[in-house]
Design a protein around this ligand. Sequence first.
Ligand code: F0G
Length: 477
Amino acid sequence: MVRRSWAEPFKIKMVEPLRMTSLGEREAAILDAGFNTFLLKSEDVYIDLLTDSGTSAMSDRQWAGLMLGDEAYAGSVNFYHLEEAVHEFYGFKHVIPTHQGRGAEHILSRMCIKPGDVVLGNMYFTTTKAHQELAGARFIDVICDQAHDSADRSPFKGNVDLAKVEAAIEQFGAGRIAYLCLQCNVNMAGGQPVSMENVRKTSLLCRKHGIRLFLDATRAVENAYFIKVREPAYANRSIAQILRELCSYADGCTCSAKKDALVNIGGFLCVNDDDLADEARNMVVLFEGLHTYGGLAGRDMEAMAIGIRESVEFDHIRARIGQVEYLGRMLDSAGVPIIRPVGGHAVFIDAAAFLPHIPRDQFPAQALAAALYVDSGVRAMERGAVSAGRNADTGEHLFPKLELVRLTIPRRVYTQAHMDVTAESVIELHARARDIIGLRFVYEPKFLRFFQAKFQPMVGERVLRLAPGADRTPAHA
Ligand code: F0G
């Protein structure tokens, strides 16, 4: 049979020029940024794969929606559009907008956690865990063991290990477990999905013990796509139907709309319980804004409502995840160690395997992300020991099993050629991995240190030794 390709289900109406830089400019920029890609200026970046958060291209309909912003302090029509879209596609009873995902996490954690409680989750996420800890909880990871193995090819590596949940109930007692936070398409595990069967069983177990289950629905639509293509019973269901069923097993959710929902800012908290909803509406006024805007402009809520509808269209989600798979396949076939299967929002490079000569306490993923920027102006993100922080009790660095560099793909922003340029740079660096030098901290913030930390190379001033004959003149002088 002749192969028939599919292509992106959109054409480009407006473009944003990119700036190419010289090797010398990039070396100066990364030195200035303390070898932390978060501290680079965006204008010095060529292809920005730092995050898929808030970096989507909005559609013409979303831009048109911005013009329909009703900026009333209370009762904005755009809030009701958002509420309607969340009801229709996520199905929860109460919707409280927040400025972004962590706003919702803050409120949920404050409402549901008492000091000394435990929160269970299928791997931590940085902001989520930070809010749980600020509210006095200890986080217990109940993700399946396969999630920690970058070479394991199980289709649902985000799944909850029910035996670990049972062990936690045994150890702490259900009464001390504030809730189980079930993350869809687990970010730190490599964008790995949970199966519907696993969510159903986790929900049953939680209900049996009177433990609340909240979804982190930030990438639930991407998770729904994986359920459709990997879980045979769902092959003929629409993405929208799968998303509704996924949410039906939970008591509520937090969501960063900056991912699936295709907007540059926004989030929401959902709960089914009426009393909890009252409490959340009281609290959102203090921290975010009135419950009909939650820190957002009316126009932002309109764009979000439209983005939610677009996010569940099959052609959109197939092209989105297909682009991530395209980059992953190129790297995999060139022998670059990446997390497999390739996840929904990013390709994750196994930096510990990529740079076996750099010990973990010299932060191989941080060094690789910096070296990639120097080589090609591609900006990636560390997701390893620097992101994991320190043990709250002992003060020691935490060394998670996965030491990763994340090449995160914004939605509807870059083309296949940008993926080719990225892959070529990573593949070349893999061939000359020994030119990459480990890093040490020179400044370490107390909270979420990865955002603002600064480093220096273990020797010299370069994270990437110059290749023979390296071009130090501007590429487009
Ligand atoms: N939950 C998950 C799974 C996330 O990936 C994020 C953000 C949040 C919650 C918090 O949402 O940023 O809107 O406050 N992830 C971004 C990232 C920052 O780059 O992965 P937020």
